[in-house]
Design a protein. Sequence first.
Length: 350
Amino acid sequence: MLTHLLGVFWGAKDYISTLTYSLPQPGYSLLDMRLFGYKWHNTGPLGVALFYLISGFVIPFSFRHHNRFSFLGARLLRIYPVYIACIGIDVAILYASATYWDKPFTLTWAAVMQNLMLTQNIFFYPSIDTVNITLGTEIRFYFLCFLLFGWIRAGKAWPVYGLALLLTAICAGLNLPADLFKDAADHFDQSDIIYVVFMLIGVLFHFHYEGRLGTAKLAAGSAVLMALFAACLEMSKPVIFYTILNYVYALALFALAYGLRGRFRKTRLLDGLAAISYPLYLVHPILGYSLMRVLIVSYDVGPWPAFFIAAGSAMSLAGLLHVVLERPSIAWGRALSRRSPVEEPVSQSV
């Protein structure tokens, strides 16, 4: 949220204007833009990388209470009710913004449907909320976990490495210099499924936490998966390969936090932010960008007050969505585990 509302909002005025059907705001960034992205670091990819590692680490915990089908059902219930509501809110905000600024509203039903199915990037439609590309990767990770369910439950590392190698091989095969599979490569690259290779590092940390993988093997496996991910990124998205350092930083930060996990204590502020983090992730860009534009351009509100009003509004809406929709959807997913017999893991050995 800080990166978007304090960085992107000021650093990409024309893009935000097109995105929100509004007029560019006057003035300059509240902070030095180098805080968000400067040669060797970028806070956006850093946050995304941390999200991927955390997801890879925590998702296998739900395997304890589910079989593969109830797991997939619970994860879809966890994601889609809140996501559908947020897309609806975003479309309404964008329509209101276009009306307010007297701009043509060009968002098509096809784009909305592709966004709802989280396939918009695969079929080259624009992202409505600008953040659901990572959510699409998350959904694809769930389906791969569905396929590897028994092995991951058993703490088997070789299928994890096998999946990473398979994705790397597909990436390499589709991105041959001769462009023999250019159309297929474009769709594969846009799917962002290569990021699953990085997410699998989190799964290795989960195995270590469960006592199924030694520390030396965790370090070596993490290095191997990081190298494979770097190769995939270079082949499929060379223009943004420079962001790889942020994934290295994220891994180092995650490993440090993991090593110090016994020292963390619950705090009301962080627990509260954690509780609303998913709906906040979804609603803050469009709501924040649109509201700050109106406040700054139309009402001459200062940049800092506009930011705090937008951030507060996004957190308030996220809190409402958490209570009204997210909690019930989590409960629906948990109910599936009580109704479904849990599969036995294929093996308890490492």
